[in-house]
Design a protein around this ligand. Structure first.
Ligand SMILES: *Cc1c(COP(=O)(O)O)cnc(C)c1O
Length: 388
């Protein structure tokens, strides 16, 4: 029986059977179980920030697992303190941190933190965006604006009102003095890598300031260098009240973070929240290696090269490109992203059919100019194959 058939038999059918079984990786390259080589332009969904088997990550994780792998939150350890301090330094604003294991858990923490604020202030509802994605656990799912994955699991404990993403007028109308918090991605990821119009995030900050609602920036996909900045909100010139991180932070090791700025950092009282694995020493060591290794100038330079190359590309199937940094969607004129993903894999490139008409590119942040050029050289033929 093939690995694919064994997968199908052993696992719940929620993922379907993935089309490629990966065996190993090095840098931006991966090999499948049959030895076929691919350039990885999706990076485990914008997560393998240092690519695969990066020496700094290997050393940090190996050393830590051989020293102490787990303490639980009954005991503290130095890697978590170092990581929290490092993140606070990069954030450059007074804040406090809670570590979780994933994106959805980071958002659950944000949700509970905001609820504490809401109960204290007598506020009653959240605002989030249509097509926004915040995770799959019930709290995060209740904020997720995708009826197909959300509605069958409702009703949810808190009233969440959805507004069209990027429309500051609609946001202003929806957020009153009764609103607890606004959950926003600085650029929508799962919706198709959709940046908002200029000034939207700033407008959201102003709306929250004038109504007293908390601004929660879900930067689970957009932070840790993905846009060429440590955090996307820094490029937007906005400080949120609550920030959530995960994906790229651990370079593939599971870690999430919920960060409260100013007063939002002290909303939890002792015992309000917790996680046995959250801030695990091995994941913290991995994240320290990521933060200590990433070179934002490199990210900016290869991102500009990739974007310019895609913008110069003329192909009947290609409508355009959108996104920020090393986080782009090539937008198609026809809903053929699944065919593009398949043709790309056949040609030795991993990309992601994110929406029927949008193909996501989120290569490791260590991708080289030569690798970007190799992708750009191959993409027209991939599109042609997909258009057949
Ligand atoms: C991926 C993602 C999540 C969920 O993260 P998980 O680790 O899969 O739980 C939440 N918000 C955004 C913006 C994401 O991209």
């Amino acid at each position: 029986m093939s690995l694919y058939e064994r997968f199908e038999k052993a696992f719940m059918p929620n993922y379907g059977v993935p089309p490629v079984a990966l065996a190993r990786g090095e840098g931006s390259r991966v090999w499948d179980v049959d030895g076929k080589e691919y350039l990885d332009f999706i990076g485990g969904i914008a997560t393998s920030s240092l690519g695969h088997a990066h020496p700094a990550l290997v050393e940090a994780v190996s050393k830590q697992v051989a020293t102490i792998a787990h303490t639980s939150n009954l005991f503290l350890h130095e890697p978590e303190v170092l990581l929290a301090e490092k993140l606070l330094g990069l954030l450059n604003a007074p804040a406090r941190i809670f570590f979780a294991n994933s994106g959805t858990e980071a958002n659950e923490a944000a949700y509970k933190l905001a609820l504490k604020y809401g109960r204290r202030e007598g506020r009653s509802y959240f605002v989030a965006t249509e097509n926004g994605f915040h995770g799959r656990t019930i709290g995060a799912l209740s904020l997720t604006g995708k009826p197909a994955i959300r509605d069958q699991f409702g009703p949810f404990p808190v009233d969440v009102r959805f507004v069209p993403y990027g429309d500051a007028g609609a946001l202003k109308e929806a957020v009153t003095g009764d609103c607890i918090a606004v959950f926003l991605e600085p650029t929508q990821g799962e919706a198709g890598v959709v940046p908002p119009p200029e000034g939207y995030f700033e407008a959201a900050r102003e709306i929250c300031d004038s109504t007293g609602a908390l601004l929660v920036a879900d930067e689970i996909q957009s932070a840790i260098g993905r846009t060429g900045h440590w955090f996307a909100h820094q490029a937007d010139g906005v400080i949120p009240d609550i920030l959530t991180l995960a994906k790229g932070l651990g370079g593939g090791m599971p870690i999430g973070a919920c960060i409260g700025f100013g007063d939002a950092g002290t909303l939890f009282d002792k015992g309000d929240h917790g996680s046995t694995f959250g801030g695990n020493p091995v994941s913290c060591a991995a994240a320290l290696a990521v933060l200590g290794t990433l070179d934002l100038d490199h990210v900016k330079s290869v991102a500009a090269r990739l974007r310019a190359g895609l913008e110069d590309l003329r192909h009947p199937l290609l409508k355009g490109v959108r996104g920020r940094g090393l986080w782009l969607a090539t937008v198609l004129r026809e809903p053929r992203s699944a065919e593009v993903q398949k043709a790309a894999a056949d040609a030795g490139f991993l990309v992601n059919a994110l929406q029927p008409d949008a193909v996501r590119l989120a290569p490791p942040l260590i991708v080289t100019a030569d690798e970007v050029d190799a992708f750009l050289a191959a993409y027209p033929a991939i599109l042609t194959e997909a258009a057949k």
